[in-house]
Design a protein around this ligand. Structure first.
Ligand code: NAD
Length: 250
């Protein structure tokens, strides 16, 4: 019997794959058999070393907050991989400040990277996937796709918007054979949460609420992405799947 979780022969584009959740996702997709086009602004050497197979790894250097950079990313991945089967929109940023003091720059920077670039990169990928007969798009959402949070107005707006966008694209593109879904990580030990982890009051308040009793490692998030990218999820469209140690169940 064939393995429905196997990604042998597929090419996956993973944004922000140099560190954190994106790196863990790239390593897990490669472990399931996919070739990885790793996209980001920084060097991808550590991710390439972890995948340990140069023939199945290609780094694409791009600032994803610039819209004109997006279609060329897909073109380069198609040329390298012979096609793109999977897109993981992982790259994201966060800016922290009280809503009363929040600046336009902190609003625009986060919305441009976390939402606008996801839409236009997905559009470029989906135009290609449509011609190819289908594909998978997995967005990295957040608990802030479900909850309000504090001090992160633009991040919450971007991740709540991303949940809606995931559902809209799922509806429009399911008839094209493209599954669009999202994974919503709980609190993960990465650069994104460094400020929270450096604040003992916030860190312990969060920890106390997690039924699993610990923050996530990036690897804890990756399996759900492999699942949504695989044939095992071929009838799954438009879900935002929490991987949060039980946080939202509480
Ligand atoms: P991280 O800061 O370690 O990684 C973010 C990645 O995005 C980096 O690779 C960075 O280079 C890349 N990136 C940011 N802006 C970019 C741009 N303009 N162009 C290209 N690359 C860019 O953080 P992480 O926690 O691994 O975050 C990954 C995703 O997971 C983000 O979308 C984040 O919002 C989401 N997320 C994180 C957590 C958490 O607790 N860490 C929880 C929920 C969701």
């Amino acid at each position: 019997m064939s393995n429905p979780f196997s990604l042998e022969g597929r090419t996956a584009v993973v944004t922000g794959a140099n560190t954190g959740i994106g790196q863990a996702v790239a390593v897990a997709l490669a472990g399931a058999g996919a070739k990885i086009a790793a996209v980001g602004r920084s060097t991808m050497n550590e991710t390439m070393e972890r995948i340990n197979d140069e023939s199945r790894f290609h780094a694409i250097h791009a600032d994803l907050s610039v819209t004109t950079n997006l279609a060329p990313v897909i073109d380069e991945a198609v040329e390298w991989g012979g096609g793109v089967d999977i897109l993981v929109n992982n790259a994201g940023i966060i800016r922290r400040n009280a809503a009363l003091d929040f600046t336009e720059d902190d609003w625009d920077a986060v919305l441009d990277t976390n939402l606008k670039s996801v839409f236009f990169l997905s559009q470029a990928a989906a135009r290609h996937m449509k011609a190819r007969g289908g594909g998978r798009i997995v967005n990295i959402a957040s608990l802030l796709s479900f909850q309000g949070g504090i001090r992160i107005a633009s991040y919450t707006a971007s991740k709540s918007g991303l949940a809606g966008l995931t559902r809209l694209l799922a509806c429009e593109w399911a008839p094209l054979g493209i599954n669009v879904n999202a994974v919503a990580p709980g609190y993960v030990v990465t650069n994104n949460t460094e400020a929270l982890r450096n604040d003992p009051v916030r860190y312990n308040a969060i920890l106390d609420r997690i039924p699993a009793g610990h923050w996530a490692k990036p690897e804890d998030i990756a399996g759900a992405v492999v699942y949504l990218a695989s044939d095992a999820a071929s009838y799954v469209h438009g879900v935002v799947l929490p991987v949060d140690g039980g946080w939202l169940a509480r």
